[in-house]
Design a protein around this ligand. Structure first.
Ligand code: FRU
Length: 469
């Protein structure tokens, strides 16, 4: 379809569906969600000329995966966002099956997108092109087409370029699958964003001491925190263990030191970035004030996503809240971006026996729980959080089967910070030592109920709305 027809269809979907989607009681009040249709990965996250830009994988035409567009929002404060012109529409041959994920850079002052043109053939074969598009005077993006075809030695699964500048050169990491069906991350170098020279495979299944570690690695991101290089990636095909790797696909990181000349990246163990039910394909950027910020997709690509009730209202999925990344004792720590504190209303504090705690409304709220002793919190009858002294367990009923399902964290629990928004909760454990992000679909307004034997200390803030203009 031509760009004009795809945009006309999009306009019709938005005009006919937006009122219903915004009236959905499960609709977030302060998280980013697409007006209609399916949203997945955050793309092109950058602060450019002082403004934050966040693009997103978007199918405006159905609550299904398919030929993705890039939607576009911008903000000065990470809180109040405005819609920008749709950035990429999959209308060229080299992106016939989607303008897939990628990143943004400021190239000599011009906001420039680097993304994957995804192409599928009728016989099931596929290929991928890494493509460029540059912002014009109207805030739209002019495509300059492919700058990199499939590198030899890989299947058609090569995608999700993340580009950054280092010592006067551009570097790109790419998710890839080699011909032995092993997931890899490739590093490439360029002087001009157009001619790319391969540096090598920096990580992957079978490399750097890893055994079999997945058949495809999606959405890599590489950046420095202090003197350490962090590689974020999303390996597909890790076998579930009793308390780890329980989602269909994982998002996690390695720390190490990248040799930019040889591509050598000796690294430590893979650690999951988030141990909740829904978190995938995160992307980071460096803000002007030097913070490493992250947005993730509060979703997982698997069959269960289509049982979420919002699909009936014509929209599905949200972003996570923006998070700040730091290293603490060699481990990545995630905290809600400090800007989010501006959403807080009047604080309430409470201490005592869990059963007697107020049944606060958690539709839009932040709650801090300080306790070392066992307790159970019920969130709107649709999600429960239990601490038994050794293990934190998040449980809910699976939307497809109705069976109970669980996610776990073990450690020395001191504090939990819950950020709630109608149909989601992000749980920051011990000031960001671990995070559990999940969607859930309680009757609104949802309340929190505690049970337990000993004392619990709570702080609570209602959070204000933050709609997209
Ligand atoms: C991750 C992902 C990416 C791809 C995009 C397509 O969720 O599969 O690898 O570029 O989504 O929407």
């Amino acid at each position: 379809m031509s760009e004009a027809s795809l945009l006309k269809q999009t306009l019709r979907e938005v005009m006919s569906g937006q009122a219903r989607a915004s009236a959905d009681p499960h609709r977030p009040a302060w998280h980013l969600a697409a007006p209609v249709g399916l949203l997945n990965d955050p793309n092109g996250f950058i602060q450019h000329n002082g403004r934050f830009h966040l693009f997103y994988q978007w199918n405006p035409l159905a609550c299904a995966h398919g030929a993705k567009f890039w939607g576009h929002w911008s903000s000065v404060d990470l809180l109040h966002w405005r819609h920008e012109p749709v950035a990429l529409v999959p209308c060229e041959e080299y992106e016939s099956h989607g303008c897939y994920s990628g990143s943004a850079v400021s190239d000599d002052g011009t906001l420039t997108l680097v993304y994957t043109g995804n192409v599928k053939y009728p016989d099931g074969a596929r290929t991928a092109f890494q493509c460029l598009a540059r912002e014009n005077a109207y805030g739209e993006f002019d495509k300059s087409g492919p700058v990199l075809a499939l590198p030899p030695g890989y299947t058609g699964h090569v995608r999700d370029p993340k580009v950054w500048r280092h010592e006067g050169q551009w570097y790109m990491v790419l998710g890839a699958q080699d011909l032995r069906l092993q997931g890899k991350v490739l590093l490439l170098r360029s002087a001009d964003l157009t001619c790319w020279e391969p540096v090598g495979e920096i990580a992957g299944s079978g490399l750097n001491g890893l055994g079999e570690f997945g058949y495809m690695w999606e959405c890599p991101d590489l950046f420095a925190l202090d003197d350490t290089d962090v590689l974020i990636c999303c390996p597909q095909g890790l076998a579930a263990q009793s308390e780890r790797y329980l989602n269909t696909f994982q998002a996690g990181y390695f720390t190490g030191k990248l040799d930019y000349q040889s591509g050598a990246f000796p690294h430590g163990e893979f650690t999951e970035l988030d141990v909740g039910f829904e978190f995938y394909a995160p992307q980071t950027t460096l803000s002007d004030d030097g913070r490493r910020l992250l947005f993730g997709w509060m979703g997982i690509p698997d069959g269960d996503e289509f049982y979420q009730p919002t699909r009936q209202q014509g929209w599905i999925h949200t972003m996570t809240c923006p998070r700040e990344l730091t290293l603490r004792n060699g481990k990545m720590v995630q905290q809600p971006a400090r800007e989010l504190q501006q959403l807080r209303g009047r604080e309430q504090e409470w201490q005592g026996a869990p059963q007697e705690a107020p049944h606060w409304d958690i539709s839009q709220a932040e709650l801090v729980i300080q306790t070392g002793t066992p307790f159970l919190a019920d969130l709107g009858g649709a999600l429960s959080l239990q601490w038994d002294g050794e293990r934190l367990t998040l449980s809910r009923r699976n939307l497809r089967s109705g069976e109970r399902e669980h996610r776990y964290w073990r450690g020395d629990l001191r504090e939990l910070r819950l950020l709630c928004d109608h149909s989601s909760v992000e749980i920051f454990i011990n000031q960001g030592e671990a995070v559990m992000s999940s969607r859930y679909f309680p009757a609104q307004p949802a309340q929190i109920h505690f049970t337990g034997q000993e004392s619990i200390a709570l702080r609570y803030w209602p959070l204000s709305d933050c709609v997209i203009e």
